[in-house]
Every structure is written in structure tokens, then in C-alpha cells.
Design a binder for this molecule. Sequence first.
Ligand code: HXC
Length: 511
Amino acid sequence: MNLQDKFKDFESRNAQAELGGGKERIEKRKLQGLLTARQRVQLLLDPDTFVEMDKFVVHKTTDFGMGDQKIPGDGFVTGYGKIDGRLVYVFSQDFTVFGGSLSRTNANKVIKIMDLAMKMGAPVIGLNDSGGARIQEGVESLAGYADIFYRNVMSSGVVPQISAILGPCAGGAVYSPAITDFILMTKDSSYMFVTGPDVIKTVTHEEVTKNELGGAMTHNSKSGVAHLMADNEEQAMMMLRELLSFIPSNNMEDPPFKPTNDPVDKIDESLDLVVPEDPNKPYDIKDIIFKIVDDEIFFEIQPFYAQNIVIGFGRMGGQSVGFIANQPNFLAGVLDINSSIKAARFVRFCDAFNIPLVVLEDVPGFLPGTTQEFGGIIKHGAKLLYAFAEATVPKITLITRKAYGGAYDVMNSKHIGADYNLAYPTAEIAVMGVEGAVKILHRNVSDTDELKKIQDDYKQKFANPYKAAEVGYIDEIIYPRQTRKKIIEVLQMTKNKIVKNPAKKHGNIPL
Ligand code: HXC
């Protein structure tokens, strides 16, 4: 072969690799509105930054006639590139090659980039579209998954790991994402299940559609497995890029600083009117968040799940911040099992990656009832308490209205390590609300005038932030209009915080 022939050979090998499972299968997917594995990577990364690795590796199986079905790359596109100029590692599963299933060979490709990511301190993004372990390979594919799971766990808290689910994903193709930090699903085209509808029908005789069982909305609103939902693949890639903009590349770095023209000392009078005078009237806590973050940009995580708590990223004075806010607009902002788990995991993510926590608190307590008690609210609520207490990043709390009972303690109180606790003049810090307290303490009083007097007395004592401020549990009482300015001041004051928890192998969070 002369040089020209060698180059031509190279070209045709490249073309063959890029054809994956063949034109027919690609066309079929195109009709379903799905992009190819490589198109997805191109959309995700900065233009012309993707470098593909291991493009020509092939599987080694000969069983089940696999010996003559070898496709260069073996159905996984892997490599590295940039997002906003920052290094990331990517794998993208090609469903046209044996349903994107995992073989020993393509597992090794994923392992290679995961190991590189750990050495270089860069995020790993997985674009998942896979039927799980390659059935023809038996234990070899199971071993491949277990090797990846192990690395998912070892990388957890060291480099960010983000998963997009872009097609039907089963078995290992859902367990690996489950260990990663965030899962994004595309609407109407992605599914996650451990076993699909057919197996369920055989085993439990339940009839359920793919979408009901494991569609994007199911996992974003019911199971809480997924964190984000995109309308289509283009939007999905934009969302992944935006998510990364709030997060550092590894646990030794600070999150990227993004300068803003939004004044850091902005006074916003409209904030004075957000919290209603009537303590039983709901309001949208996001109205406060949007008014205080830079340029009104708030990237909400799990917006459809446990809506009684709001979590997400924003920036204040250019600095990335993780918000945890009770939502009075939904179940009065009560803490329950799902909201505790949702917030606890987010707190731990922020803490692992040096993102300060800002808590907006308006919580009437924990949700009473047998469903909650039998479901283990004691254990799950404790997760949130544990997560806040062990977090060593700057921790700031602002009580906008109610801070009742155990929920006062749990929601980043001074006592579990908050660095600065603020309150609006509308704050109420008490063991419980007026009616409940008076009913318990004065069971026998039936005279309405007398009851009213006792209630007024209680209200005067506890329906304000001053008792807590008198003993220093609240550091400062502020006007709502000052919120942005005050929180940014505290973020700057706590910037160089160094706190080390006692040395230990690891704690034992109540799982
Ligand atoms: C090999 C597979 C495959 C797999 C799909 N294919 N899954 N090949 N191993 N796991 C192939 C199909 O044979 C088919 O090949 C092509 O991919 C497309 O599959 P379809 O079934 O036609 O697609 P669709 O109807 O969209 O259904 C997608 C699916 C379904 C829901 C993912 O294929 C499915 O249920 N697959 C099996 C899922 C599963 O049980 N995996 C093992 C999990 S155990 P052709 O040639 O026709 O194009 C596991 C262990 C890990 O992962 C450990 C976990 C803790």
C-alpha cells in the first residue's frame, strides 16, 4: 500500500466506525427524532473540541454468531472535549450497535476515560442510550458494569458525574447513572427501568406502559430518580452545559466565578411585599430567589419532585450558590420524607464541591401522619439534619416566616453549624404554631375571650424573631428589601472559611 492508499484505508475505516449499526438503524432512529451518539457529543461540547478515543476497538465475543458482527468502537463513543473552555470527559452510547449494550470491550473504554477524569480532575458526562449488559457476553458484561459502578463510587465527591438518559435504558444502564450526581431525561424519548414492562407483566401480572413505568415525568415527579427534564435532545445538551457552569471541575477547586453587572448592593423594595402579613397565606419562595440572584438566573434541580422544597443553583455577586428553600406554596412548605431526601442529597453535593449553601426558611414543621411515620420520616428527616450538620462550606440561613419545631433545628440552624443566621421581621420562631400550642397548654380553657388573650400572649412572645435574636441564635434582622445585599455581604465574609470535621473513615448517615 502506498501512502495515498494508506490514507484512503484510514478514511474508510473512520467512515465505517461512524456508521455504527448501519444506515437503516440510524434512519429508523432519525424518524423517531433521535440524534446519533456522535451528533449528541457535538451538540454538548464546544465546537471542534471533541477528541474521540478508542474508535477502532472491537469486542472479542464469538458466541451466538458474534464473531462476524464486529463494529469498530463497539457502540460507545468516548473521549474528551471542552464545555465553556473547561475539560470534560464524555461517553455516548450508540443504540444502533446491539442496543447500546455494554460489553467487556466498551466497558473498558468508559473505564479509561473515568480513570483519566480522576487523574486530571475533570467531570464525566455519560450520554446513556442502552439496553444494559450485553446479553451475549454473560458475566463479562456484568463484570464491565461492576468495574464502572466501582469507579462511579470512587469518583463520587471527587469529580462531578452527570448522566443524560436519551433512550430506553435498562439494568446497568440505569444503575450507573443512579450513582452519579445528576440525571437528566428527555421527554417522550427516554426511559429508565430495572426490568421493562414485559418482565413486569410476566412476574407480577401488572400492565404498565414504558412511559408510565419509567418515562421522564415518572422519574422527575414520582420516583425522584431523575433531577432534570428536557423537551428534546438539543435542550438537554444546553441544560447540561448550564448545569456545569455552576460547578467546579473537581473537589479541590472553587466553582467558576461569573462576573455580573447586577449590583451587589441592590435594594429591591418589591421584596418587602412578598411575604404576606397573614401567616397562613401561601406565597412563592421562588419570587424571593429570582429577585436576589444575579440577573434573575436560577437553575432549579428537581422542579417537579417534592415541590414543598426548592433546590437549585444561582449566583450571587458572581459566586455560585446552592439554594435550599421551603416552598409555602406547596403543602405550606412542610418537611416530609421526599423533601428531606431531595434536599439532603443536594446539600451533600454542594458541600462536596465547595458551593456555599443559602437556606431560605419558612417551614411549619414535619408532616404528621401514619404514612409519613410508617414510611420512616424519622430516618429520612434525619438525613437532612445530618447533611447540614456535616457540611463545612459557608452556610447561611434566612428565616422569612415560620421556623417551627424540629424543622427550625434541621433547616441549617446556628446550632448545627450555620455561619450566619438572618431573619425578616416577619419571622416566627417557636416550638409550634399559636393554635396548636395553646390547645396543648390550655386544654381546659373554653372561654373564647380568655383563649384569645392566651393566644395573643403566645403570639407576642413567639411570633417574632426577637426571642431568638436576644440569645444570639439569629445574628441579624433585616428588611426583605436588603436580602441580596446582605447575603452577598455574608458570602464575602465567609469566603475563606476553613472548618474540618473530626477525622474518621466516614460517617454513618441514616440511609
Ligand atoms: C444485546 C440488545 C440488548 C442487550 C437490546 N439489544 N438490548 N442486545 N444485549 N442487553 C438489541 C436488540 O436485540 C435489538 O437488536 C436492538 O438492540 C434494539 O432493541 P429493541 O428491543 O428492538 O428496541 P426497543 O423495542 O426500543 O427496546 C429497548 C429495550 C429492550 C427496552 C432496552 O431492548 C430491552 O428490554 N432490552 C433488554 C434489557 C435488559 O434486560 N438488559 C439486561 C439488564 S441486566 P437488533 O439487531 O434487532 O437491532 C444488566 C446487569 C447490570 O444490565 C447490573 C445491574 C445492577
